[in-house]
Design a protein around this ligand. Structure first.
Ligand code: FMN
Length: 325
């Protein structure tokens, strides 16, 4: 399938694997890129420029297809070495960067100078327009359904995607709640030129995470995510578990007085415990409502082939038969 997104990133299928903390390692990115999508290494999981350089090199050993690096800009107690990380991205010859969180304007001139294409993840049309204005090549429009940080506007993709289509000139992909061929075709119908998936890619054979995590996603229904940290205006959609219930009890009890420090035990340092050790009850980890649509753990190649062949069937058979009189 050819869209402005496949052309921009030099990929076969318009499917991107969004950056995911402690999931977006070389194995994940390479599997997605080898299957014709755009795999993304999560820069901040590596943390230092040296480690990121090694991870990119590892990924290059596993694929000769294009892959990208995610750079997330969020407030941090100890800010990461962003200049060093970007230097490594450029030096390694990476041609796609997914930015998320705060405005990436500061980094765009240097990325453009090296012909690196930038896709910025946004949860609001006004942020997408801003991304377009500052020179991003594409945006990933992340609806309220998404795993991770849906922002504070609570607009689901059935509204957000057509609204983005009304306003944007640059191409965009849908993100949040995407799982299968139906998601892809619906996204295309609403004006997107591809889709970004997070949670769906965790439940694959190649995802370099503990089996307990994959099983937790398969077992979860669309009712099993929770929104935490709303009061701190840092909303995150996570899979419910005993750690999250403890956190939500504190949120309820403390109300507006709650500070980040009060919940640090349930949100800080959780990812290695969950993704590596398989302690899925350890605390808050991002997961989308799309868990309700995930019923198996296929290989990435099987997943991508299934999406693309079923998308063709939907378009050429199901939809083609529904002729408007
Ligand atoms: C476990 C997990 C970790 C994530 N970590 C990041 C991250 O570090 N940076 C980022 O920009 N997005 C992150 N995301 C968001 C994804 O890139 C993607 O936008 C989101 O998962 C899309 O929603 P979906 O899960 O419904 O597909 C994460 C998502 C998950 C599920």
């Amino acid at each position: 399938m050819k869209t402005r997104i496949t052309e921009l990133f030099g990929i076969e299928h318009p499917i991107i694997q969004g950056g995911m903390h402690f999931v977006g390692l070389a194995e994940m990115a390479a599997a997605v890129s080898n299957a014709g999508g755009l795999g993304i290494i999560t820069g901040l999981t590596q943390g230092t420029p040296e480690k990121l350089e090694k991870e990119i090199a590892r990924c290059k050993e596993m694929t000769d297809k294009p892959f990208g690096v995610n750079m997330t800009f969020l407030p941090a107690v100890t800010p990461p070495d962003y200049p060093g990380l970007f230097e490594v991205i450029i030096k390694s010859g990476i041609k796609a960067v997914e930015t998320a969180g705060n405005n990436p304007a500061k980094w765009l001139p240097m990325l453009k100078e090296h012909d690196i294409k930038v896709i910025h993840k946004c949860t609001a049309v006004r942020h997408a327009l801003k991304a377009e204005k500052i020179g991003c090549d594409a945006v990933s429009v992340d609806g309220f359904e998404c795993g991770g940080h849906p922002g504070e506007d609570d607009i689901p993709n059935f509204i957000l995607l057509p609204r983005a289509a009304e306003e944007l000139t640059i191409p965009f992909v849908s993100s949040g709640g995407m799982a299968d061929a139906r998601s892809l075709v619906a996204s295309l119908a609403m004006g997107a030129e591809g889709m970004n998936m997070g949670t769906r890619f965790i439940a694959t054979k190649e995802a370099p995470v503990h089996d307990n995590v994959k099983q937790a996603i398969v077992n979860a229904s669309e009712l099993d995510t929770r929104l935490i940290m709303r009061g701190l205006r840092n909303t995150e959609r996570v899979l419910n578990n005993s750690g999250v219930e403890r956190l939500m009890e504190k949120e309820k009890a403390m109300g507006d007085a709650l500070k980040f420090e009060d919940i640090i035990g349930e949100v800080a340092g959780i990812y290695p415990k969950v993704m590596i050790d398989g302690d899925v009850e350890a605390g808050a980890w991002s997961c989308g409502m799309v868990a309700g649509l995930i019923h198996d753990v296929p290989s990435v190649q099987e997943l991508m082939d299934r999406i693309m062949s079923e998308a063709e069937t939907i378009i050429t058979e199901r939809l083609a038969k529904m002729q408007v009189a």
